[in-house]
Design a protein around this ligand. Sequence first.
Ligand SMILES: Cc1cc2nc3c(=O)[nH]c(=O)nc-3n(C[C@H](O)[C@H](O)[C@H](O)COP(=O)(O)O)c2cc1C
Length: 207
Amino acid sequence: MAAAQLDSAELHRWLRARRSTRRFLAQPVPADVLARVLETAAYAPNAHNRQPWRFVILESEDSRRQLAEELGREFAAALEAEGLSAEQIAAQLARSAARLQEAPAAVLLCLDASVLDTYADPARTQGELQMAMQSVALAGGQLLLAAHAEGLGGVWVCAPLFAQQAARQALGLPQSWQAQGVLLLGYPAGEPAPRPRQPIDEIVRRV
Ligand SMILES: Cc1cc2nc3c(=O)[nH]c(=O)nc-3n(C[C@H](O)[C@H](O)[C@H](O)COP(=O)(O)O)c2cc1C
């Protein structure tokens, strides 16, 4: 159902019905649908209206493969440090690479640090960077909701955050672009079970 036709109770239900979707039909996401989703994502609230988000559509098989390889290198090192066996590492890397390569659409969500103000006070500069991360995260959330409005499912995968230089290198991105995550999108293969939420009284405090 289109969000515009919903009354507020239905709209809340619709918002709560978004799920992280990890299994997709082998059906492409039309370019105009993806373009609409990204454009709506860019309406997210953001600090100073600086719009620090950047979206890298991973269109070619080559870009997906290169990103998967670079992320895999970093991931392997982390898993090795955790003490996993070579077999376990290989299995995890294969699973992660397949997820990235097989998703019908994939968008690397980046923060462009070049648009941020810098200050003599390092704490203030750090605060600006945090606000930019908050802004980019809001765009990521809005992107997932815009995808939901199109009948798409999606999931935010954090791996590129831990391999920012590798992601830049794999995709030839500017030095100031900091990968925050990759959003995998597609038409859902089944409805994922809802993940439980904490009771509202446990997370709200009235003072
Ligand atoms: C910043 C962030 C990072 C995430 N990283 C991953 C990830 O690396 N892999 C994954 O499968 N899901 C990831 N997720 C999805 C969460 O697991 C999911 O949102 C959470 O379990 C709640 O489920 P729901 O989105 O279906 O409500 C991430 C979500 C966010 C917002």
